[in-house]
Design a protein. Structure first.
Length: 289
């Protein structure tokens, strides 16, 4: 029984990194298939330095940074939208043309919404039976009070949605043929790939996200962040104290959107502690060599 429990614990421990990697898959704009076919990829060699976060989820090293058509990926996970749109490549081709795509016909307008006007406040009246008894002994009987009728329901038309606008697409007649312009654009994407790899190889850190611009820091702030953030993640179960604690520890270079992603993935503090320990060990061995 003890062996069985030990086996299950080991299996769970091995599955956690794989689960984390799967959950770090992001929702960046999909690279067109034709871009992948025509431009292919530029793949760097794996390395273990630096830190990578995708939507607040830590990506485990070793890291392999690649140009994937018109976008960038790390360890097979897309971390950017198209650096240069595939349509820009198509526009350099002699057989390219722009076509207007009309939106589908609008659906029938919904029926008017029936809205009841606010009811007028009814005047307070005394109980009718008591009033009738009082009238028997009153020399000047009072007229009966009338209850105001409820207003009829008012129909108002629903708010009309803005009409859909036509879009344009680039269509290429014939085969795609690389030229000086397309080669220059590929070179620009490769330059961005190289820049990211260089920062990471030097011990820097990258924060990629679908809701904010990419943030990168060099080795010194990355080390400060790695030393501070596990404690912040472990100690705070609400975002406001989490954010205040992170700012107090010098993590001022991250936007609120990035901090919210890190807060949602705060259980990563265990993996970050292990990552900090591994980096210190690597540094110690590097000094000895």
């Amino acid at each position: 029984m003890v062996k069985m429990i030990k086996y299950i614990s080991t299996a769970i421990a091995l599955a956690v990194p794989l689960f984390a990697q799967a959950n770090s898959k992001s929702a960046f704009a999909t690279v067109p298939k034709q871009a992948l076919v025509e431009l292919k990829a530029t793949v760097g060699k794996p390395f273990s330095s630096g830190l990578v976060f995708v939507n607040g989820k830590l990506l485990d090293p070793p890291y392999k940074v690649e140009r994937y058509g018109t976008a960038l990926r790390i360890n097979g996970i897309q971390v950017t939208n198209e650096i240069i749109p595939w349509t820009a490549f198509l526009k350099t081709q002699p057989g390219a043309r722009i076509e207007k795509v009309e939106p589908p016909p609008a659906a029938a307008a919904p029926a008017p919404v029936q809205e009841t006007a606010p009811a007028a406040e009814e005047p307070a009246t005394s109980d009718s039976s008591i009033d009738d008894i009082n009238d028997l002994f009153d020399d000047d009987p009072k007229p009966k009070k009338k209850v105001a009728a409820k207003p009829a329901a008012v129909k108002r038309p629903p708010k009309a949605a803005p009409p859909p606008q036509p879009t344009t697409i680039v269509v290429l007649d014939g085969e795609f043929k690389p030229n000086d312009k397309t080669k220059a654009m590929v070179a620009r994407i490769n330059k961005e790939r190289t820049r990211i790899e260089t920062v990471l190889r030097k011990g820097g850190c990258y924060f990629f996200g679908t809701r904010y611009a990419t943030i990168s820091v060099d080795r010194m702030p990355a080390e400060m962040f790695l030393a501070a953030i596990p404690g912040v993640m472990k100690s705070n179960t609400a975002f406001e104290p989490f954010s205040s604690s992170a700012r107090a520890k010098g993590i001022t270079f991250l936007s609120e959107a990035v901090l919210r992603d890190l807060f949602r993935n705060r259980l990563d503090y265990i993996r970050l502690i292990a990552r900090e320990k591994a980096i210190k060990e690597e540094g110690k061995w590097g000094t000895m060599l």
